[in-house]
Design a protein around this ligand. Structure first.
Ligand SMILES: [Zn+2]
Length: 176
């Protein structure tokens, strides 16, 4: 730890406490980011180094921040630095594009909905929802995103959102 501060966020994932490293250095981050293959962001050491650095870029030292999809303001312990384009599909250069490759997503649902392609982000940041789900409960959750815009969308991130939309989104792409 270069600043000597203890990790602040003691989160629990799967019942186990996850202590994010206080601040991974850029050098530590690059070593982790260049590792090929999927990294478990909560449990593998390199995954935690990478996530710690990306969290620092996104959240700095704030206590609370907004989820880019649902817009809820939450303690940062309930937010993750999520890859816009899945990490496993990113080139080395893309994994190092720290300003653009991640956005904040909450652990109250948006992380899973985005990862599973039940929501995606279209042109101009409009949130698209996959409405043809058999679960009424899920449809009700998804309907809350109708008409919303993703706060993290910008021109530099657009190609990463487009990749996710083209390859992971489960909904109709008629209006694109
Ligand atoms: Zn959210």
């Amino acid at each position: 730890m270069d600043n000597g501060k203890p990790a602040r966020a003691a989160d629990r994932i799967g019942g186990d406490p996850v202590r994010w490293l206080a601040s991974a250095t850029k050098r530590q981050f690059e070593r982790a980011a260049l590792k090929e293959g999927p990294l478990d962001r909560e449990h593998s050491i390199l995954g935690r180094v990478e996530q710690s650095y990306l969290r620092h870029i996104l959240f700095r030292d704030v206590e609370q921040a907004r989820c880019s999809l649902c817009g809820r303001r939450l303690p940062v312990g309930l937010l993750i630095a999520a890859h816009v384009k899945p990490r496993s599909e990113c080139s080395r250069r893309e994994r190092l594009d720290v300003e653009n490759i991640v956005f904040s997503l909450c652990l109250l649902g948006c992380d899973a909905l985005y990862e599973r392609g039940l929501v995606a982000v279209g042109k101009g940041g409009l949130i698209l929802i996959s409405t043809a789900q058999s679960s009424r409960t899920l449809n009700a959750v998804l309907s809350r995103f109708e008409g919303r815009k993703c706060a993290a969308w910008n021109a530099a991130k657009a190609r990463y959102f487009s990749w996710h939309l083209a390859r992971r989104y489960q909904g109709a792409k008629l209006d694109l």
